[in-house]
Ligand binder design. Structure first.
Ligand code: ARG
Length: 575
């Protein structure tokens, strides 16, 4: 079903070309102020200049707006079209048209959200923890935001290729394998590396203190890179052990990353030499002080792609990954959700790939995010100044949510309360991240994220559960999608207009890569629903009105559920 903004866009384009004699973008947007209308066209101001230029005669935006309106055919869509201020054209949708549109959507399980007109193959590169290190809060943001974007874009019927670009290769493995070997001469023996961080720390300590060990570590890297089986086996053990740490976190977060989505840095290792050679032969890379580097306009420091000792770097791997994703996987859009501190890195990598011709027809998009801060405004740490372990964070979220749920629902048995608390606690952590514009830093605050009022997951989950309880009370009534909607009160109209917008929102999230737009939409939905529910009796009203209001309740619940699904947040039936 076509989105309202698209319908308006088409009608205005036609009116512009008929009235002014040339084509132009009508600049349709939501109204700034609902008292004037629901949508507005902001084009008349710019068009007045263009008309004057073309005709050599002065004109003003209001006159242009009037000409456009004279040709505008919106059928029964609009109740009112007015000109405001310097020449904004405001459109107020007609309640009858709204009711028709929503009635049509109530039987549609996609709620009117269209698949992409031209589905693409889209790679989303997210999470990317580093082997033998704890996942930190930066990886949490990348994981949550990336997962949401993958879900939204997938919902539009694009083919999503999730890529977990693990940091699983590099010189540190020489040290780790050598350390593993030093603990037992037999790398196959089951060493205790379950506390990987401690293992890493000890290995590093030895590396720094013992020159003979450092030497051995360097030799071990060479063995590993040469594909020696003992070294490879030890490496694999370390990778597997790390996976045992992060996979449960993904599962607990309800994130759709599975082992088959792993494409660690090691995967690209065999392609790196070719990458460097090709960049050299195209004259894009040059030798500088023994290393091989690529200079990019606007950047003072070059991207180093091969060190003087022959080692490759993070950027070399990313270049190989782009080439692989574009040429072998056939992706036409590649999205990276990573920390904004990697902005320079991705800018240089993208520019280099473009110059090399590896990304022709592919849009390379970097969706950076800011830092998660503690109450003190500094990067989020434990009280003792350590990085916060994700597992501890999620445990605390569930525990706090359990308190909240127990308070609200003392009569439910404990297992049930635990189950709800998991959805609420994990949902709260994810939502507090997703609901902020990702480009800014944000302050992690337990009380705010678990509050039942405001723009939080528990509030949305609560509204959803409340609607579900209406249906439990309603008992056996005709299916809510039977019959036609009737939008008589301002609250019903306000809710209906908002319900109709969900497709527009999904589109803008997929385009702008901003999950917070969806969160803001769902929060607004919850607020509008609450106002409707306070002002418009549902179960107590006359059968015909009751039927229509139940249909609005049902559409709200389904829209909320779909929105939360796209965010990767659960929605229990009861709360
Ligand atoms: N492992 C990196 C880190 O921890 C993130 C990987 C990002 N993905 C990429 N293609 N470079 O910072």
């Amino acid at each position: 079903m076509t989105n309202t903004n698209t319908l308006l866009d088409a009608a205005f384009r036609k009116a512009i070309s008929q009235s002014l004699g040339f084509e132009a973008d009508p600049l349709i947007g939501l109204s700034q102020n609902e008292t004037f209308g629901d949508y507005q066209s902001n084009a008349a101001m710019g068009l007045a200049r263009e008309v004057a230029q073309r005709s050599g005669q002065k004109t003003n935006p209001r006159a242009v707006a009037e000409k456009i309106i004279a040709q505008l055919d919106l059928g029964n869509m609009a109740e009112q079209v007015t000109i405001a201020g310097p020449g904004f054209i405001n459109i107020r949708l007609s309640p009858v048209w709204l009711a028709d549109q929503l009635t049509a959507r109530s039987g549609d399980n996609r709620l009117g959200i269209d698949p992409a007109a031209h589905p693409r193959k889209v790679v989303v590169d997210y999470s990317g923890p580093n082997i033998a290190k704890q996942m930190h809060v930066g990886h949490l943001r990348s994981t949550i935001i990336g997962d949401c974007l993958a879900r939204v874009i997938e919902y539009q019927h694009n083919q999503i290729i999730r890529q977990n670009h693990l940091g699983d290769w590099g010189t540190q493995f020489g040290m780790l394998i050598a350390y593993l070997r030093s603990q037992s001469q037999d790398t196959d023996a089951r060493q205790d590396i379950t506390d990987l961080e401690e293992f890493y720390r000890q290995a590093k300590k030895r590396f720094d203190e013992l020159p003979t060990f450092a030497e051995e570590a360097r030799n071990t890297v060479v063995q590993l890179q040469a594909g020696q089986s003992a070294e490879l086996a030890a490496w694999r053990r370390i990778v597997d052990e790390t996976r045992r740490h992060y996979q449960p976190i993904y599962d607990r977060l309800g994130v759709s990353l599975k082992p088959e989505h792993e494409r660690g840095e090691s995967f690209y290792n065999p392609m790196l030499q070719q990458v460097v050679e090709d960049l050299l032969s195209q004259g894009i890379a040059i030798r500088s002080e023994g290393a091989i580097v690529v200079f990019t306009e606007g950047f003072e420091n070059p991207l180093i792609i091969q060190k003087s000792d022959g080692g490759y770097l993070y950027g070399t791997t990313d270049l190989a990954a782009i080439r692989y994703r574009a040429q072998k996987l056939g992706a036409t859009r590649i999205i990276y959700t990573h920390d904004s501190r990697q902005a320079q890195h991705f800018a240089q990598v993208f520019a280099t790939a473009a110059r090399a011709g590896w990304a022709a027809g592919v849009s390379l998009e970097y969706a950076p995010f800011g830092t998660m801060l503690g109450a003190d405004g500094k990067p989020f740490k434990t009280r003792s100044g350590d990085t916060v372990k994700l597992k501890d964070l999620l445990d605390e979220a569930e525990e706090r949510a359990f308190g909240l749920v127990s308070q609200k629902n003392p009569e439910l048995d404990e297992a049930h309360r635990r189950q709800i608390a998991r959805a609420v606690g994990i949902g709260a952590v994810k939502y507090s991240d997703l609901s902020k514009d990702r480009t800014s830093d944000y302050v992690f605050n337990w009380d705010k994220m678990l509050s039942l009022d405001g723009n939080t997951a528990p509030y949305l989950q609560y509204v959803y559960a409340r609607i579900k309880s209406i249906f439990r009370k309603a008992g056996k009534l005709p299916s809510p999608s039977a019959g036609r909607l009737q939008l008589d009160t301002p609250q019903e109209q306000a809710l209906a207009k908002h319900l109709l917008r969900v497709g527009e929102i999904v589109e803008s999230v997929a385009r702008e890569l901003k999950p917070h737009l969806l969160c803001a939409y769902l929060y607004d939905l919850a607020v509008r629903f609450s106002s409707f529910y306070e002002n418009c009796p549902v179960l107590q009203s006359e059968p015909e009105i009751r039927q229509s209001r139940l249909a609005l309740c049902d559409l709200t619940a389904r829209t909320m559920a779909l929105g939360l699904d796209l965010l990767g947040i659960e929605h229990p039936e009861q709360m």
